[in-house]
Write a protein that binds this ligand. Structure first.
Ligand code: GLN
Length: 199
């Protein structure tokens, strides 16, 4: 059985632990170096990227995590987690750092303040099926290298379509929250399953 860690410094850790458990992994919270070293894959949850960045550095986890990702550990980030996986940010605060796992520029709070939270129907490009997605003060991918595979796009307030789910090698990032199901709906665990498939 694979062990999937959820970075447990801030954000919606519990929901990701539940999703990782549903897809058949042993799910554990990661707050310390020894815990990071023990996992086969890691999820960076949604929350507040500026806080996650600061806490990663305060807990001396930033460089070890970056090194593990660059050594090939499968990683998935949702929302603030997507921001953490970018090489470049638009709308970051002064001094905000990211882990540079995916060659992409991510725009924070891209859907605008008025769209604090929204649910929408996306097309999951790998198989053309529908995917219900929950966005909360979500980022989008402003630009990415040709090697980055776009898994889903959504229309922004600018009327343009923007990537909201991408994959590059061992790293997956989504603007939306795949750990959250629509009220009354069953959980759609395809993104978490994709992470487990990379282990
Ligand atoms: N806007 C948040 C940030 O910049 C992300 C929101 C979320 O993760 N739900 O970190």
């Amino acid at each position: 059985m694979s062990t999937v860690g959820v970075l447990a410094l801030q954000g919606d850790v519990r929901e990701h632990l539940a999703a990782a458990t549903r897809v058949g992994a042993t799910a554990v919270g990661v707050r310390r170096l020894a815990e990071l070293e023990a996992v086969d894959a890691l999820i960076i949850p949604g929350g507040e990227s500026t806080t996650i960045d600061k806490l990663l550095r305060a807990f001396d986890l930033f460089e070890p995590l970056k090194a593990r990702i660059h050594d090939g550990m499968p990683v998935m980030g949702s929302c603030a987690g997507m921001i953490m996986l970018a090489t470049d940010l638009v709308g970051g605060i002064d001094g905000q750092q990211s882990l540079a796992a995916i060659p992409m520029t991510v725009r924070r709070n891209a859907f605008g303040r008025q769209v604090d939270s929204a649910e929408t129907e996306l097309v999951w490009e790998p198989d053309g099926s529908a995917m219900h997605a929950t966005f909360i003060r979500a980022p989008w991918v402003e630009a990415c290298a040709p090697a980055v595979e776009v898994l889903a796009t959504a229309t922004g307030p600018d009327g343009e379509r923007h990537p909201v789910a991408v994959r590059h090698g061992n790293a997956i990032a989504t603007s939306f929250h795949p750990e959250i199901a629509a009220p009354g709906a069953v959980h759609d665990d395809r993104v978490h399953r994709l992470l487990l498939d990379l282990v």
